[in-house]
Design a protein around this ligand. Sequence first.
Ligand code: GLU
Length: 322
Amino acid sequence: MTDLLPHHLRSLQAEVADLRASSRRGRYAPSPTGRLHLGNLRTALLSWLITRLQGGEWLLRIDDLDTPRNRPGAEASIQEDLRWLGLLWDGPVLRQSERRGLYATVLSALRRSGQLYPCRCSRRMLADVSAPHGRSGVYPGFCRSLAPRWGLEDERLPSWRLRLEPGRLRWQEELGPEGCLDGPQEVGDVVLRRADGFLAYHLATAVDEWALGIADVVRGLDLWPATGPQVAVLERLGLEPPRYWHLPLWMDGQGQRLSKRDGGQGLADWQAEGLGPNAVIGRLAASLDLVPEGAELSAQELLQQCQLEPLRQRLIQPRAES
Ligand code: GLU
């Protein structure tokens, strides 16, 4: 199916395959919606560690396409916190907002080859019709077989959805059983361009993992369900998905996930207690029993103490216990 890709992107394929084979590239890809909380920082540390243990380059990609959710100063604070912890990335900071041309090219290639259809269903309408115990978020396919209507209607453009073929989507999951979701039943036709004109996160992320030659995607377990739509896009383009590591999430004292947008528990609190970078790295690593409580060490020292396979085993444990 790679012939779907425009010629200049098809030629990138060999380069990407070489890159993936020669360097196990990783990335950290925060959205600039607020200051990183401790869970985000631990994910960043593990993504850096897993990549560096394999001798790979580690990229920093800012997922800033959804501009209304971006917060002023968030990107600067993300960079500052990573640097302060000694988590240094390779190359320039990448921003999805500066890569829109690439995503738009892939979107139009998919559209031209009939893989997408316009959808007029609003979020509210879909919420109203979804059965109380139905799988939320799986599009029921109302517009799938209608004759396409492209233009403005009631001052709204359609969104564009990828038509999922029957079958299962699979991916290699390093911290749990192989990822496997039924395309139409559990993922549903994925929006790749939103009705408000924004290119969707799933499109941009799937294209980026491929175009940047990312071998290992290390991110929070909350993004496990996002993997189905992203693998669906890659598969449709005939492209190999990366390996995924979905990490346990950091919970607060009440068992709730931390949220960047709520400004939950960031580095500032620990810095105010007088903790330096080594103490913070120690606390982040101790929270997963990688080092004893109270250890103080730099990210580099932690890297020297770790080995990939025992680390992988250790990261599988917390989920088995919960
Ligand atoms: N940018 C998204 C986030 O911050 C997704 C990150 C990812 O795919 O790793 O939640």
